[in-house]
Design a protein around this ligand. Structure first.
Ligand SMILES: [Fe+2]
Ligand SMILES: [Fe+2]
Length: 146
């Protein structure tokens, strides 16, 4: 059974952003699976997945933040701060992990999962209607059909 099972309560109603969130969930599930496997390459595999997770998280946050700037979203500052705090925490862990000072633990997996799901449900959902009112899905449809 996957560590995180996606369900509709995590959908914010904007397909492109839901897809990015699902990619993050899939990456966290991969990380969890790799953590549970006991083999010699384990650390390299974990390192690669952690690298990808961090860089995709940064890309995803940037995508949201570009829309905040473009649409002049009122809660921009507090939302950007949540993103920055998460990146800072995970980057700090990554540095300790790479140096062999800290292992990936179940507690860290639970932290990643809870942070992501709570952030989607309580912070990302807040901007959804505002983005839709600013024509986000329409802009994407236009781009796909042009
Ligand atoms: Fe998000
Ligand atoms: Fe966000």
């Amino acid at each position: 059974m996957p560590f995180i099972i996606w369900n509709n309560s995590y959908s914010i109603g904007i397909e492109s952003i839901d897809q990015e969130h699902q990619t993050l969930v899939a990456m966290m599930n991969d990380l969890h699976d790799a953590m549970q496997q006991n083999n010699l390459e384990e650390k390299d595999v974990l390192k690669d997945i952690l690298d990808s997770l961090l860089s995709y998280t940064a890309t995803h946050f940037n995508n949201e933040e570009n829309y905040f700037d473009q649409f002049e979203y009122p809660d921009t500052d507090s939302h950007k701060k949540e993103h920055a705090d998460f990146i800072k925490k995970v980057s700090r862990f990554k540095i300790r992990f790479d140096k062999g000072e800290e292992a990936l633990s179940y507690e860290i997996m639970v932290f990643l999962k809870d942070w992501l799901l709570n952030h989607i449900k309580f912070s990302d959902k807040k901007y959804a209607q505002f983005f839709i009112d600013n024509g986000l899905e329409k802009a994407i449809t236009d781009r796909l059909t042009s």
